[in-house]
Design a protein around this ligand. Structure first.
Ligand code: 13P
Length: 247
């Protein structure tokens, strides 16, 4: 008997041209034929959001962006605002992915500002946190991640819909995953940090990093894991669907 609704979200990262939306269509068709009790979302590159939203309209697949600027509009060449994502058809947006923290120097304060922007626009943010291998090896994983939670979740999240994704940097795209004990320990620490920051927060906490059809059931079964954020394996409908149906 299924315990609870899981949240299964794909992050296509900088992958996908219009032709690849056939994969998203296949997810839609499969879920129409055999519905899942889980929440399902796909976060597309900004260029595909409007098309994806059109093609997934009326389906249970929620559409998301992968990042947004903190401002609603302005002289920020190349950036996309939360309002723009919302108008294009998104209902979710990722904030603070480690590829943005590391590659674009985003701080916890930047991430919190993006989360506020998401709320302003009516998007549900998925706030990413996670330690590097160096930090874990130094025994600092719990400290680093709980500080990220405290710094990245603005108080205005209180009472609003959002999710946190624990994505250890060393598990992303590497095929390595933490042990179930490490995941359980971290999710409990994130839950506690969230409650300390926002009061009785019940936001889902997702695990992300090398989730695939083979390990999804085990990871989704870990105490405190309310869903998964899937990178590479979300690009192919068959793999993603296997994960959606594993929870
Ligand atoms: P992979 O599933 O490819 O490891 O990526 C995880 C991730 O970064 C999702 O946001």
């Amino acid at each position: 008997m299924k315990q609870s609704v899981k949240m299964i979200v794909g992050n296509w990262k900088m992958n996908g041209l219009a032709a690849d939306l056939a994969q998203a269509e296949a997810v839609r068709v499969s879920l129409a034929e055999a519905p899942t009790g889980n929440r399902v979302g796909l976060c597309f590159p900004a260029t595909l959001i409007a098309q994806a939203a059109g093609r997934l309209k009326g389906s249970p697949v929620e559409v998301g962006g992968q990042d947004c600027h903190a401002a609603a509009s302005g002289a920020y060449t190349g950036s996309v605002s939360a309002e723009m994502l919302k108008e294009a058809g998104a209902s979710l947006v990722i904030a603070g992915h480690s590829e943005r923290r590391a590659g674009f120097g985003e701080t916890d304060a930047d991430v919190a500002a993006k989360v506020k922007a998401a709320l302003r626009a009516g998007l549900e943010p998925i706030v990413c946190v996670g330690e590097t291998l160096e930090q874990r090896d130094a025994g600092r994983a719990l400290e680093v991640v709980t500080l990220q939670v405290a710094g990245s979740l603005p108080e205005s999240l209180s009472g609003r819909a959002f999710a946190v994704a624990y994505e250890p940097v060393w598990a992303i795209g590497t095929g390595r995953t933490p042990t179930v004990e490490q995941v359980a320990e971290m999710h409990a620490a994130i839950r506690q940090a969230q409650v300390e920051r926002l009061g009785a927060a019940r936001a889902p906490i997702l695990y992300g990093g090398s989730v695939n059809p083979k390990n999804a059931a085990e990871l989704l079964g870990v105490d405190g894991v309310d869903g998964v954020l899937v990178g590479g394996a979300s690009l192919k409908a068959d793999d993603f669907l296997a994960i959606v149906r594993a929870g």
